[in-house]
Unconditional design. Structure first.
Length: 308
């Protein structure tokens, strides 16, 4: 980002060293706008400065004004037009007063003007710069060639199947991530890179979406995902004791996976079945009204399943 540049001191409009025929109005709100108009109508050159990108102040954000209940823009619009057309008013936006030197009747003011990133003399207000703003919108530069990504033959076969399924579909990112998650039980980095390159989807967009939804994981998870609801209803019914018992039984904490990759323990804010609180799920199986004494029995049922 370009550094802020210092504006030159305001030039003197008169020849007398004692008095200058120019005025500086600091602040482009409705009060500053009216002051600038009054001074300009008296024949004084006016510099109207505002620290924001445009003048208008808080009033431009209002709908009605007290006590007359008049439309705020009806009050503001005539002043905006008059200032824009007045030959003796110069608007200086994105500027802060840095230094004031001199004495009454003869001041030199130094303004520090922030960068606007456009040529103000050539601006026509077309809005193209807003539509292509690199701060608001992500700019994706398509790579010249697809990066080489190494995958195991089995993983490559699964990834190719997903790519072919969604090759001609647009806006199916969540469905793509669900397919990857279903095939690999999590979202492997190399697979995400491969699908990103093949389907021309920005990798950062895939990661941003994947980290937003709790259903996706960027780390390997166990074969059996144990989820405990800790929402209001379940919390009141003792969900914290359920979590404590599971952590003790599995030897891991919430968010971790057992060494044999058989169990992953997680918590969720709501499972949508508050009438069965406290609720715990293991994969697709749901257990309602769980008691701490039931935890070992539930876990042992899945310990018998061999890990593939």
């Amino acid at each position: 980002m370009p550094s802020k540049k210092e504006a030159k001191p305001l030039e003197k409009a008169g020849k007398s060293p004692e008095k200058v025929g120019a005025a500086l109005v600091v602040g482009g709100g409705v009060g500053g706008m009216q002051a600038a108009l009054d001074l300009a109508e008296s024949g004084i050159k006016v510099y109207l400065t505002e620290t924001k990108p445009s003048i208008g102040g808080v009033m431009s954000q209002l709908d009605k004004t007290f006590p007359t209940n008049d439309c705020a823009m009806c009050t503001l619009a005539p002043r905006l037009v008059a200032i824009g057309r007045h030959k003796d008013i110069e608007i200086v936006t994105l500027a802060d007063v840095e230094k004031i030197d001199g004495q009454a009747g003869n001041f030199n003011v130094t303004l520090k003007k922030k960068p606007r990133f456009i040529n103000e003399d050539l601006c026509t207000g077309c809005g193209t710069c807003v539509a292509n703003c690199p701060v608001r919108f992500q700019i994706y530069a398509r790579p010249e060639k697809k990066p080489e990504i190494k995958l195991d033959p089995e993983d490559l076969q699964k990834a190719e199947k997903i790519v072919e399924e969604f090759r001609n579909e647009k806006g199916a990112l969540v469905a793509i991530l669900q397919s990857i998650n279903s095939a690999f039980k999590y979202l492997p980095e190399n697979v995400l890179r491969y699908v990103s390159a093949e389907l021309d989807i920005p990798l950062i967009l895939m990661y941003r979406t994947a980290t937003f939804y709790k259903a996706f994981s960027l780390k390997p998870v166990g074969k059996n995902i144990v989820t405990v609801c800790v929402g209001t209803a379940c919390h009141v019914k003792g969900a914290t004791r359920i979590v404590d018992n599971l952590e003790s039984e599995l030897g891991i904490e919430a968010g971790e996976t057992t060494e044999d990759m058989n169990f992953t323990l997680s918590t969720v804010n709501c499972l949508g079945c508050c009438g069965l609180a406290p609720v715990t799920t293991v994969g697709e199986d749901l257990y309602g009204k769980v008691e701490p004494s039931n935890i070992k029995e539930i876990v042992d049922k899945y310990r018998k399943v061999e890990v593939s």
